[in-house]
Design a protein around this ligand. Sequence first.
Ligand code: SAM
Length: 271
Amino acid sequence: MPRPERFAIDGALLAGPGGDARWNNLGDWHDAADYTQACLALAGLHGEAALLVPGQRVLELACGFGAGIELWRERFGIEHIRALELRRQCVSALRDRLQAEQHIEVYQGRFDAPLPVPLGEQRFDAVLCVDAAYHARSLEAFLAPACQVLADQGRLVFSTLLWAADRTPSWRSALAGHLLRAAGIPPGSLVSDARLRALLQRHGLHDLRFELLTQRVLPGFQRWVSQRHARLPLRLRWSAAWLKIRGTAALCAYLHRHRLVDYVLVSARRV
Ligand SMILES: C[S@@+](CC[C@H](N)C(=O)[O-])C[C@H]1O[C@@H](n2cnc3c(N)ncnc32)[C@H](O)[C@@H]1O
């Protein structure tokens, strides 16, 4: 049996019966009744912050199984979409599904390295990344290729974790650093609000907007995973796939309880 890919999450287990198993983010739980609604809501905030309108060229970084692509098309009327994802399994499933689509192309590769040809030579009105920038080798490595492909007046919109403003270095934040690393979140990807603003400006981005979503994201994800756990048959509760999801939820709860991180939606414009 092939080894599961590094970031593979069992979307069907997480979403539950009748849910959309393609989504794989922490969700915006402000007004959501289930996981699928929460994922859609979080992605929708990115489209709104980017002020997407029909006719624009959009690049989505870390598109997973591509539920966002459907959202950019259906809710925002975007036709020209390019998408990048690290996991080969996602890319081949998406290519099979979208092969008849003329205006959509999906590439396999990293977002924190030079983008694959020909993506790196194209220009986009919006570059979006839903709930994934914290997996970059460093935030600087995430911003450089994303900013490079932004057209004039183009917007970069992404959600990520930041070290909380009032966090004081302690054994708890040191422990959090180790737990985050084990969860695929390298130390260089977590910065402070001030450092992120400075990095964005250094890349020629202005009109910076940071929306604090911590309360809408972290506790809701943890609640949903507890609810699903209570309904799962015993054999699934102890499956490796579910333990991985529970581990992520426990980490979110720990980070939130001790106010170690903030979850933010960032938007910035190239002028
Ligand atoms: C939490 S999931 C979010 C997926 C999708 N955006 C969604 O909302 O369902 C994070 C995604 O980032 C991808 N990823 C992680 N590191 C990456 C990298 N260096 N380059 C590109 N994608 C990456 C993972 O494969 C995964 O699909």
